[in-house]
Write a protein that binds this ligand. Sequence first.
Ligand code: GDP
Ligand code: CA
Length: 318
Amino acid sequence: MRITVLSGGVGGARFLRGVRAAAGDSTITAIVNTGDDMWLAGLRITPDLDSIMYTLAGENDEVRGWGRIGESERVSEELRAYGVGWPWFTLGDLDLGTHIARTSFLRDGVPLSEATDRITSRWDLGAHLIPVTDDEVETHVVTDEGTMHFQEWWTKHRASLLARSFVQENVSTATPAPGVLEAIRDADVVLVAPSNPVVSIGTILDIPGIRDAVQSTAAPVVGVSPIIGGSVVRGMADACLTAIGVATTADAVALHYGSRASGGILDAWLVDEADAAAAPAIEAAGIRASVVPLWMRDVPTSAALAAAALAAGLDSNR
Ligand code: GDP
Ligand code: CA
């Protein structure tokens, strides 16, 4: 079976680890958000790709939740002394190795998707990671204190400045990276990870051609709610949802994605047991609702969630 997953960083990485455990000998392709990417200290940083790579490689710092195990910050201290980079954005030494390798490929004219193949080939990931686009489409946030890169709003300001809107720089001329449209079109099931619906999944869908591909694929499309019991499980995605006028509830996010029958992207949507009461409203919108535990505490709970998502795909009698 060919499984294609639309994914952001940390939530997507945890989900993908479960998909890998549940997938048997299926092939897994992850289409990964690049809206958080940026140039910093002369290096191309791709946070969501790296979160997934480190998590699937077993190299992720599980205590902190992101970055490499056994990380140090000696190089960062030197950069800080030179006034290079952002003092509030951690660049670990091992992580910097990844960024230097990536930037080296890019400087040689290698597209990001090919650079990602080269970098990920070092690890046994059990999944093919494709950046959604090779173009530099960075998410900027419009606030009353000015427009800033998503990372500045998210990491420096902890999403505390009211976001008026999110803007994807240069999105209109961007194209999906090689293999992205094919992975959606030729999949046996498309899974939408429990990732940030606005700045992870929304950014992926807004690259020209992708939303259409998800709408028209013959594969069932199954999404997993990143909202449990009216709150985000980890992080600050509620600030993003509020900015686009969507309530932080499992059913509001489902309706925001919409049913494929009515021009949206979903056939089925998984909600947590805490949100069982929302199922009728989701079904009324033409999206099959399944109620299963959505907390990804460890690999077994993530794998059970992934198995439920795959089962919901098989059940989708389109
Ligand atoms: P980011 O790029 O690192 O922000 O990560 P993603 O966009 O992939 O995912 C962030 C979202 O994952 C958060 O908004 C959380 O709501 C969601 N999330 C994190 N952990 C879990 C979990 O255990 N279960 C579910 N259902 N969602 C989760
Ligand atoms: Ca991200």
